[in-house]
Ligand binder design. Structure first.
Ligand SMILES: [Zn+2]
Ligand SMILES: [Zn+2]
Length: 173
């Protein structure tokens, strides 16, 4: 068994194939990690110039760049940040709805108030059947299912009369 000279191994077609495959694998992995950096940066960074810079870092130095990028990348996805902002806005709107004020004197009023206790301004109409406060847009009382009269009750409606309407009597009896 004779020793094969090194030069023969270097020039052998098998070695050339293995070397070329190794180079190809290196390039594919290198580009894949750089592409991953680009994709990740695009999801986290809004500024296209900074995304380009992050991609450059992902390319050079090869393989080390993406790790360096990971140290400095923003901790949050843009999508998550946007969703959180929307959530906060919705919460603020909900709080603003809770914080209702009298349109005349700006005193804080509860949603259940019929009149402003400070300036006696009429805030809401009461249900003709159960007396619960009704919102301006409601077509029907949510508490007792009585349809809301099209306009606010006039003064003569306040005069004492049987509370139960004829419609209710016909349906219940
Ligand atoms: Zn008031
Ligand atoms: Zn009612």
């Amino acid at each position: 068994m004779s020793l094969i000279p090194l030069a023969a191994i270097w020039d052998s077609p098998d070695w050339t194939l293995a070397r070329n495959l190794g180079i190809l694998l290196f390039i594919v992995l290198w580009l894949a990690t750089a592409y991953w950096t680009f994709k990740d940066a695009r999801r986290r960074i809004a500024d296209p110039w900074l995304v380009g810079l992050a991609t450059l870092v992902g390319l050079f130095p090869p393989f080390l760049g993406p790790i360096i990028y990971m140290f400095f990348r923003p901790p949050e996805y843009l999508q998550d940040a946007r969703e959180r902002e929307l959530e906060i806005k919705a919460m603020e709107e909900r709080l603003a709805q809770l914080d209702q004020r009298c349109p005349v004197c700006r005193a804080r009023v509860e949603p259940t108030y019929l009149v402003c206790p400070v300036c006696t301004t009429r805030l809401k109409a009461a249900c003709a059947s159960c007396g619960q406060p009704l919102d301006a847009l409601w077509q029907i009382c949510p508490h007792c299912a009585t349809p809301v009269a099209p306009s606010l009750p006039a003064l003569e409606d306040v005069s004492p009369r049987p509370r139960r309407t004829t419609r209710r009597r016909t349906t219940s009896d």
